[in-house]
Design a binder for this molecule. Structure first.
Ligand SMILES: *Cc1c(COP(=O)(O)O)cnc(C)c1O
Length: 402
């Protein structure tokens, strides 16, 4: 069915240009490819840009989340509250440390975890005598709603709050940039994120004591601060190993791309915002779907629509297949983790245990959204969506329209 004459529209595409190309060439020609001056400069510039106390660059957000949980002392059997409605990286890092994710349902009308359900689950775990360590929320699509309430909860119960801010850069708030004013935040620079280094991430955090541990564990558990301190006394090749660490450092080729992308971050965000506004205007009369509410303080990493299945005679997957056949790339964010084999079996979870996350999953479609998307492309996506909705009205709907 695919119309070969029409150029297909990807779901996402990184926005890279001459500046990134030149920066990479410079690094390639410098003779220094691994973590070095570029990664250091990227961290310094990131601190200046975000106002964070500390920033450490890593080779993925997943690595960053693992490092911060390790440094905060998450151990075997510890409980960390997180959303079921997220990518598996958010929860798998808790398992890396031997801890258990405790899945919280969504707040009504939101794609983020519910502070009320979170508190209910904290109380229950404490009553059972469990070791509750922290809260790990995710700002789905780049919307940090609910963070203030969750942070207040974390203080009330003496828990850490670490943000999976993979979708949420750069977003200002009253207290400062999202990610910077809780215990820690981790951003992702994966290829489809709001700024990219191909693969990469950044951990920002408050407590200076975490810096030594994270820096060491990021690179094989080599204690560089000790090495630095004694470097004048010891041979330059000498170093100490304090733990079996990881290989999570960001290389200079990636870091130099990140430095350019950081300078463009605001411009890239503004392009996303213009596209989101256009989507909202163009789709506002489509009664068979719910649109995300406009928010200025939002990273707009994703534009997620929710179908009103009562008004349609096709389901979400069928709707997506029609878009695919007409050359439009889409995705689903997310199939909740309590519906995934590993988590479902290990924690004996049922779909009904998290009814809002389960319900939303069946309705969502993420539409194409990337800074270099043209208004013509957006117009075509909207036309196909409107046509598909009109030609697939449910029987009940047809009756009521008559
Ligand atoms: C992309 C993503 C991650 C992982 O980021 P990587 O940099 O690919 O490790 C984690 N959480 C969420 C919600 C994501 O979308």
């Amino acid at each position: 069915m695919t119309n070969q004459n029409i150029e297909s529209i990807p779901f996402a595409r990184p926005s890279l240009g001459q500046e990134e190309e030149e920066a990479v060439l410079k690094v390639l020609r410098s003779g220094w490819l691994t973590t070095g001056k570029e990664a250091q400069a990227f961290e310094d510039e990131f601190i200046r840009y975000t106002g964070a106390a500390h920033a450490l660059a890593v080779n993925s957000a997943t690595a960053g989340l693992h490092l911060i949980l390790e440094a905060l002392g998450v151990k075997e059997g510890d409980k960390v509250l997180t959303s079921s409605y997220t990518f598996t990286a958010t929860a798998e890092v808790i398992r890396y440390c031997g801890g258990d994710p405790v899945f919280v349902d969504l707040a009504p009308g939101s794609m983020n975890m519910d502070p009320k359900d979170c508190e209910k689950k904290i109380k229950k775990l404490l009553d059972e005598g469990q070791n509750v360590k922290g809260i790990l929320p995710v700002h789905i699509a780049g919307n940090p709603e609910g963070l203030e309430e969750l942070f207040a909860l974390s203080r009330r119960y003496g828990l850490f709050l670490v943000e999976d801010a993979a979708h949420c850069f750069p977003v200002p708030s009253k207290k400062g940039m999202i990610g910077t004013w809780t215990d820690a935040g981790v951003y992702s620079f994966y290829a489809n994120k709001t700024i990219t280094t191909g693969e990469g991430g950044m951990i920002v955090f408050q407590d200076p004591q975490l810096k030594e541990r994270i820096s060491a564990m990021r690179l094989h558990g080599i204690d560089k601060s000790v090495w630095d301190r004694y470097t004048s006394l010891k041979a330059p090749w000498e170093y100490d190993v304090i733990a079996p660490g990881f290989k999570y450092n960001l290389n200079d080729i990636a870091a130099t791309i990140g430095r350019v992308q950081l300078r463009k971050a605001k411009e890239l965000l503004n392009k996303r915002k213009a596209l989101v506004q256009a989507y909202r205007t163009r789709l506002k009369d489509a009664d068979f779907l719910d649109l995300p509410t406009w928010k200025e303080d939002h990273a707009w990493h994703l534009f997620i629509i929710s179908l009103r299945l009562d008004k349609l005679n096709i389901d979400r997957n069928q709707f997506m297949n029609i878009l695919r056949d007409r050359g439009i790339g889409t995705s689903v964010h997310y199939k909740p983790l309590h519906m995934m084999t590993y988590y479902r079996e290990r924690y004996k979870l049922k779909e009904e245990d998290l009814p809002l996350a389960t319900g939303l999953y069946h309705r969502v479609i993420s539409l194409p959204l990337f800074p270099d998307m043209t208004m013509d492309q957006l117009e075509r996506v909207c036309q196909v969506i409107l046509e598909t909705g009109e030609s697939h009205r449910s029987k009940a709907e047809m009756e009521s329209v008559k």
